[in-house]
Each structure stands twice: as structure tokens, then as C-alpha cells.
Design a protein around this ligand. Structure first.
Ligand code: DAH
Length: 350
């Protein structure tokens, strides 16, 4: 090697020993081996040499290039090994840490009650039907024998979207729609759960939004005794095998006769307590025989067909069953409330 080359080699080695990252190494590679690099520069000197000098000179420059390339490759391998080690050290997994547990949420007590009730009626061969929360005045009122001027509309003051469209005030419009779709042909056996709305002051027992479950059976020879038998079975299934049912005369425009249905108190078993307000009975739903006008308006022959219907509020059932004092707890989605209803493995609740 010439003196110049030796100096270059020494200088390179010195610079290389100070390098600790691949970016700087690359810069050094360009400085020596790049197109305008120092070693490449030595090659360009060849043109100033005589023909005899050239081969030996060229060989020396090549040797220098090979040495430098070798040194670079060595450091490169060392750096990438170091980088991998650092990465592995930084990403160590501590297998002794506790795992992340999946949180189990509670389900809203209304959903539970609705599901229990649905299961019971599905077992009796009913079909689940869902209607529309935004409903036409016709199905919400008129087709249920509640014409425009009917005073009973007052009890269900609503949120109107337009003159003829409103948020449904009960689940009964599903009755009217289902009957209409049957085109006068029975049987019909449905259960319709869903949200309903009324313009009401919000307090511990009233909410502008609540839940209802509607039931409807229409066929030939359906009688009030069928309604009573069905509700007795229902009461025993949902509230306990010792429950009894009592029917009291009532009034709904869409049923005739109409009844209010009470069950014997599940807490005191009829002797009187705070749940049943000392009466021994709890009112749980309204019901009756489908009014002939409702059947006729939907296209059924009321001389051939009859039916029963009922409507109940699972909110009230949930409140009574779980001792919930304020209906608003059911609708505010406060997890401190809902988490009290986390299911246990045996299917019950905590
Ligand atoms: N729709 C009634 C209400 O919201 C509840 C009801 C009562 C439904 C009697 C019925 C029924 O189907 O027969 O007050």
C-alpha cells in the first residue's frame, strides 16, 4: 500500500471505532466507498499513472476497498445483533403478572323479566311480534276503538311528531297491525314486548318511557275462561306456584268486557305487607275480550271469531320483584345499579 492508502486506512479505522449506530455507519460508507468517496477518488488517480504502474496500483486500491468493506460488514452485523438484543430486552413478557379478567356485566332487570315472560308464552305456542315505536294515530288509537274525540285518549297523552304520527303510548297497536295483516283469518297468538311513551311527569313511579308486554289470542270459541286460565299459569310461573289470580271489572275501549288482573302478593302470600299495600293483592295487568269493533275494523268477522288481550308493565313487575323503589333507576343506565343484577353461574342473580 502506498503511504496515502495507509493513512486512509488508519484514519478510516479510527472513525469506524467511534461509530455506534447504523446511520453513522452508512454515512462513513458513503464517505469512503460512495461515488465521490475517498477510495473511489484513489481509483480516479489511475489516469495520471503510466501503463506499467497501473495494474499494481489498481490492485492496491482494490485491497484497500476490500478491507474497508469487510470492516464495515463486521460492524454492521455487530450493530444489528445489538439492536435485536435491545429489542428483545425491551419487549420481555412477565409471565408471572396476573391475567386480565373479562368483566361480566349485569343485565337490566326489565330485560330479565321480559325474557322470562317471553319464554313462558313461547312455551304456550305464542309468537313474538315487535311493532313500531313511532306509530300512526290510526293504529295507536283509532283501530283500537279510540276515535279522535274519545275521552280515554286523555289518559295516554303522548309525544306527537305530526298530527297523525306519535310515539306509541302502548303496545296495543301491534294487535291492530297483526290482526289487519291476517286478513280476517285466525288463529292469532302473539306476545309483543316493547318500549312505550307517554307525556307524564317523571317521578319515582312514572317515567315518560316505560316497557309494556301485550298479549293477543284470536280464534274461534275463545272465552274469558281461557284468559283466566292463561293468566293463572303465567302468575304461577313468574311469581311462584302458590299464586292466585283475581279478575276485577274494568274498562278499556278495546276490550269488552274488560278486567283488571291482580295476583296474590308474593311477599306476604296474601296476609298484607308493604309490597301489596296491606291488601294481599298486587295489580299486574289490564285485559279483556277483544272488542268486536276492533275485530271488525281489522277485517275479522266478530260473529265467527273472538279473542282475549292483555297488557302488562314489566317495569312494575321488576320493581316489585327486586324491591326497586324508583322507576328511573331502570332507565338511567347507572352501572352501580345494573351491576347488582350480575347473573350467577346457576342462572340466578347475585
Ligand atoms: N294498552 C293498555 C294500556 O296501556 C293496556 C291493556 C289493557 C292492553 C287491556 C290490553 C288490554 O291488550 O286488553 O293501558
Amino acid at each position: 500500500m502506498t503511504q496515502v492508502m495507509e493513512t486512509m486506512q488508519l484514519e478510516f479505522s479510527e472513525k469506524l471505532s467511534a461509530i455506534d449506530n447504523s446511520k453513522a455507519l452508512n454515512e462513513l460508507r458513503v464517505e469512503y466507498l460512495g461515488k465521490k468517496g475517498k477510495v473511489t477518488g484513489l481509483m480516479k488517480e489511475m489516469k495520471n499513472l503510466s501503463n506499467e504502474e497501473r495494474p499494481a496500483y489498481g490492485q492496491k486500491v482494490n485491497e484497500l476497498r476490500n478491507t474497508i468493506e469487510g470492516q464495515i460488514a463486521e460492524l454492521e452485523a455487530e450493530l444489528s445483533k445489538k439492536a435485536l438484543e435491545e429489542k428483545l430486552a425491551a419487549e420481555t413478557i412477565d409471565v408471572t403478572l396476573p391475567g386480565r379478567t373479562l368483566e361480566i356485566g349485569g343485565s337490566n332487570p326489565i330485560d330479565r323479566i321480559v325474557e322470562d315472560i317471553e319464554d313462558f308464552f313461547i312455551g304456550l305456542g305464542y309468537e313474538i311480534k315487535e311493532g313500531y315505536e313511532v306509530e300512526q294515530d290510526y293504529y295507536n288509537f283509532e283501530a283500537l276503538n279510540l276515535p279522535k274525540s274519545h275521552p280515554a285518549r286523555d289518559m295516554q297523552d303522548s309525544f306527537y311528531i305530526s298530527e297523525d304520527i306519535l310515539l306509541r303510548t302502548h303496545t296495543s297497536p301491534v294487535q291492530a297491525r297483526t290482526l289487519e295483516a291476517q286478513k280476517g283469518e285466525g288463529p292469532v297468538k302473539i306476545i309483543c314486548p316493547g318500549k312505550v311513551y307517554r307525556r307524564d311527569s317523571d317521578d319515582a313511579t312514572h317515567s315518560h318511557q316505560f316497557t309494556q308486554i301485550e298479549g293477543l289470542v284470536v280464534d274461534k270459541n275463545i272465552r274469558l275462561s281461557d284468559l283466566k286460565g292463561t293468566l293463572e299459569l303465567f302468575a304461577k310461573e313468574i311469581f311462584g306456584s302458590e299464586r292466585e289470580v283475581r279478575l276485577r271489572p274494568s274498562y278499556f275501549p278495546f276490550t269488552e268486557p274488560s278486567v283488571e288482573v291482580d295476583i296474590s302478593c308474593f311477599k306476604c302470600k296474601g296476609s298484607g305487607c308493604n309490597v301489596c299495600k296491606q291488601t294481599g293483592w298486587i295489580e299486574i295487568l289490564g285485559a279483556g275480550m277483544v272488542h268486536p269493533n276492533v275485530l271488525e275494523m281489522a277485517g275479522f268477522d266478530s260473529k265467527e271469531y273472538s279473542g282475549f288481550a292483555f297488557g302488562m308493565g314489566p317495569d312494575r313487575v321488576a320493581m316489585l320483584k327486586y324491591g326497586i323503589e324508583d322507576i328511573r333507576h331502570l332507565y338511567t343506565n347507572d352501572l352501580r345499579f345494573i351491576d347488582q343484577f350480575i347473573p350467577t353461574e346457576d342462572g340466578g342473580e347475585q
